[in-house]
Write a protein that binds this ligand. Structure first.
Ligand SMILES: *Cc1c(COP(=O)(O)O)cnc(C)c1O
Length: 392
């Protein structure tokens, strides 16, 4: 069937800067009606013009114009060939690991998001794949973990929640030398601050639930590939697993992307102030924040990012202080997740990293005194005042 598709005439807007690309997307304006807000195509199926001519859209599990606008916009923002939008970050990772065959090995960051760990250990390990976890900030540990059957290196940087930094350029050289794919989970910094594909990664994954959509109102996942050859796999996943992002959720994420740059700037500014304030508080024993000059990954951060982001973890003096803080915050919300306009505090031990075995968590430093804060875009002084009263 021949496709006559008016929507294929989109522009990558390479002459524009990031802020403008985020606002204007791929098509941006809907070309037929001129609608400035790209419409929500809430249709399961699409009518064919005649026996042998379609519009290029067949059925929304395969392709949907709203989802496609989001996918193309993300490909532009990450500097990749193609993007794919999934029903969650977890669904994006499931699609990614769907590339693995029995006997394949993956080397991952040792304090990855708990849900990613669960996909590896509870699903793909049972299918005969092998997963090893290393401290990616120490390149020799990664090199020692690579075996001839290693198919993929999966890096989170900064890591969740210990804020360890991995050198993407250095790891990409290692990945190429060993013929494996380098995947970077770019959820924490977003392409506004860090562009892994330009640093040598092959695939970027995101929980779009976090900064990309940015308002704690949608669950979404994104994959962007550098090489168009990798696109076939993800198209097949969307078609066969049926895990594509719904039109309304695609629209919400697109809407969030328009303000990504201004939000990230404010998250970053606020986090710098909050991190400094936490550091001088007598009940705070240790602060994990990539923007500190004495952070072990500071030089690498400066070399590969244009900002530090809005995430901070810290350890308080006692379990009681930790529990009091989580119970007594007023404006700040005690809730799972990150990357939204609202400041959230999270208790990784029982929330995001509940699936990680306790011996591993303790070795990493995720203990009962450990708290993660996603600094929102409120007034920094209000965030500090609330932390001050809740810490007591
Ligand atoms: C939240 C998160 C995920 C999972 O994404 P969902 O959208 O919740 O499915 C994966 N990686 C990181 C770093 C995350 O923060």
């Amino acid at each position: 069937m021949r496709a006559e598709c008016v929507y294929d005439d989109f522009d990558r807007k390479e002459e524009l800067q990031f802020e403008s690309q985020a606002v204007h997307g791929a098509l941006g304006c809907e070309p037929i009606t001129g609608a400035v807000s790209f419409p929500i195509f809430q249709s399961a199926t699409f009518r064919h013009k005649s026996f042998d001519v379609s519009t290029g859209y067949l059925y929304s599990r395969l392709q949907n114009p709203t989802r496609q606008e989001l996918e193309r916009t993300m490909a532009i923002l990450e500097g990749g060939a193609e993007g794919f939008a999934f029903s969650s970050g977890q669904a994006a990772n499931m699609a990614l690991f769907g590339m693995l065959k029995q006997g394949d090995r993956v080397v991952l960051s040792d304090d990855i998001y708990g849900g990613t760990f669960r996909i590896c250990e509870d699903i793909f390990s049972n299918l005969g794949c092998e997963f090893v976890y290393v401290d990616m900030s120490q390149i020799e540990k990664l090199e020692a973990a690579i075996t001839p059957n290693t198919r993929m290196i999966f890096v989170e940087t900064p890591t969740n929640p210990m804020m360890k930094v991995a050198d993407i350029r250095q790891i990409s050289r290692l990945a190429k030398a060993h013929d494996c794919l380098l995947v970077v989970d770019n959820t924490f910094l977003t392409p506004y601050f860090q562009k892994p594909l330009s640093l040598g990664a092959d695939i970027v994954v995101h929980s779009g639930t976090k900064y990309l959509s940015g308002h704690n109102d949608v669950i979404a996942g994104i994959v962007v590939v550098k090489d168009p050859k990798l696109a076939e796999h993800f198209n097949m996943q969307l078609k066969s697993r049926g895990n594509g992002l719904a039109p309304f959720d695609s629209w919400l994420t697109l809407r969030g992307l328009k303000t990504l740059a201004v939000r990230m700037k404010k998250h970053d500014e606020n986090a710098q102030v909050v991190a400094q304030w936490l550091r001088q508080h007598p009940k705070v024993k240790k602060v994990y924040y990539v923007g500190f000059e004495d952070h072990s990954g500071y030089q690498v951060t400066l070399s590969q990012t244009t900002g530090f982001g809005g995430m901070i973890s810290f350890e308080v003096d006692t379990v009681e202080t930790a529990r009091k803080l989580l119970s007594d915050v007023r404006m700040i919300l005690f809730a799972e997740s990150l990357g939204g306009t609202e400041t959230l505090v999270t208790y990784p031990l029982t929330q995001t990293h509940e699936s990680i075995p306790d011996d591993i968590r303790q070795a990493l430093g995720i203990n009962e005194r450990f708290i993660r804060i996603s600094v929102g875009i409120e007034a920094a002084q209000d965030i500090i005042n609330d932390l001050a009263q809740a810490l007591g």
